[in-house]
Write a new protein. Structure first.
Length: 137
């Protein structure tokens, strides 16, 4: 993790998010468990929890995502990620990139069906500020 973190950093410009699978997040939590110090309080009452809700690596949140590809860990700098909208080649889109197709009548139903489409892309302006590890277990 340190190698990818450093590779995606430049001076004070460091990654803002680390995303991984539930299994790898649990493995990372297990590595940190012996270092846990329980000083949690809720309304002045001591509170001890058996696990973590949030993990950090060098001040960067490490989160789990059930849709993350198995064995992958992404080190991201969100400052260089942006979602852009595009114009659909066939249907006119609004400012947010959405468009609706004409309604159609299916042959086996009493009703009409139309599609709501979004036309856009995720753009990374600085790929060198992102990193990915593969084949982790």
């Amino acid at each position: 993790m340190a190698t990818d973190y450093i590779a995606a950093s430049s001076g004070q410009d460091t990654p803002t998010l680390i995303v991984t699978t539930e299994a790898l997040w649990n493995a990372y939590e297990t590595l940190l468990q012996p270092q846990a110090r329980y000083n949690f309080t809720e309304r002045g009452v001591p509170l001890v929890d058996g696990g973590f809700k949030a993990l950090m690596f060098r001040g960067t949140p490490v989160i789990q995502d059930e849709y993350c590809t198995a064995g992958f860990m992404y080190t991201l700098n969100e400052r260089y990620l942006d979602v852009v909208t595009l114009k659909h080649p066939k249907y006119p889109t609004d400012k947010m990139g959405f468009t609706v197709t004409k309604l159609r009548e299916p042959t086996d139903q009493d009703g009409q069906v139309g599609y709501i489409l979004w036309y856009g892309d995720l753009v990374c302006t600085q790929p060198r500020r992102q990193a990915v590890m593969r084949g982790l277990s």
